[in-house]
Unconditional design. Structure first.
Ligand code: DAH
Length: 343
């Protein structure tokens, strides 16, 4: 009995001092102490050698010891599980970050921003106008009265329920809306979408985009118009590009002109883009017609001004080498994600 007591005391100390770092060590603990051939079983077997009068006391002692070993085992299991490194949530701070897919701007937006920002640097303020417009703002006020033959230059989508309303055929309607406000002088740049009833093909579409410019003040001359557009061309196409003005006709300007730049694909040698002429047409412009000023309540004897309008798709197609205008509106991500730029 004395011996058994001593033995158990020694075992208790051993168990109390035991620590396990991983599940394997805990399992070894279980086998050593609580297994079928473990120490607890072994000393239980030694009970038979205990004198009959001590059996009760010894049985109690052994039971307590067994419980002690079992508790320790439970505790070891608990702590090693809790301290197991959880590989599912562990973060390796040295790994590179996940890529966040970034969208890219639409090529029409890129080109519009480029054009607009050049004029903004000259003090032109950005404004927009409605795409569903009335006849007056799209045609009438721009010196295109009903039955004017120049209306045929722009095939128009009319609103069925009320043909006095239409989808604007150009951004020139914004000129009228800005002049009507009566706040002078005006120096504005007006980007937007326009619509024409044209057969859709690789070269033309039933909707596209334009940028309109307007400058109204006292003593604005054709020289101001030329200088402003020269500046634009140099910024847009580079210092070596040549410019020419050709006389033209628009009902809302007098005199009117179209501006060409030397072909930036072939440098003026002649290629398929410039149709062997060496020149690419980029915009229409002119001095705002006195009738247009009067239509907007501006005194043409006091104020003069110039206006211009240009498409966005064509310069974008030339810049990015796009050969089909329909690509702009098909929303094919493989096409769209190719265009990157700071603006
Ligand atoms: N609105 C014309 C068009 O769509 C472009 C244009 C020409 C606008 C001359 C103007 C201008 O402001 O002065 O073809």
């Amino acid at each position: 009995m004395e011996n058994l007591l001593k033995k158990i005391e020694g075992y208790r100390n051993e168990i109390a001092a035991f620590t396990a770092l991983d599940a394997k060590a805990v399992e070894e603990f279980r086998i050593k102490w609580l297994g079928t051939r473990g120490i607890v079983k072994e000393i239980m077997g030694a009970m038979k050698n205990v004198a009959a009068d001590k059996k009760k006391e010894a049985g109690q002692l052994l039971n307590e010891f067994k419980l002690f070993a079992e508790n320790k085992y439970a505790q070891l299991k608990e702590t090693t599980i809790n301290h197991q490194p959880d590989t599912s949530t562990q973060i390796d701070l040295t790994l590179p970050g996940d890529d966040i897919p970034l969208g890219s701007r639409h090529p029409v937006t890129l080109m519009r921003n480029r054009i607009v920002s050049i004029f903004q640097r000259l003090g032109f303020a950005v404004a927009e106008g409605p795409e569903i417009e009335d006849d007056w703002h799209n045609f009438g006020a721009l010196n295109l009265p009903e039955h004017h033959p120049a209306r045929d230059m722009q095939d128009t989508f009319y609103i069925q329920q009320n043909p006095d309303f239409l989808l604007r055929t150009h951004t020139s309607n914004v000129q009228i809306r800005e002049m009507e406000k009566g706040v002078l002088p005006i120096r504005g740049i007006y980007p937007g979408r326009v619509y024409r009833n044209e057969t859709v093909s690789a070269r033309s579409h039933c909707f596209f985009h334009q940028v309109e410019g307007l400058y109204i003040d006292e003593n604005v001359s054709f020289a101001d118009l030329k200088q402003t557009l020269y500046f634009f061309v140099k910024e847009m196409y580079g210092k070596d590009v040549k410019v020419r003005f050709r006389p033209s006709y628009f009902p809302f300007t007098e005199p009117s002109a179209e501006m060409d730049v030397s072909c930036f694909i072939c440098g003026g040698e002649g290629c398929s883009v410039c149709k062997k002429t060496g020149w690419v047409e980029i915009l229409g412009c002119g001095m705002v017609h006195p009738n247009v000023l009067s239509n907007c309540g501006i005194d043409p004897n006091k104020y003069t001004g110039f206006a211009f309008g240009m498409g966005i798709e064509r310069p974008a197609m030339l810049k990015y080498g796009i050969n089909d205008i329909r690509l702009f509106s098909e929303n094919d991500v493989r096409f769209l994600k190719q265009f990157t730029s700071a603006i």
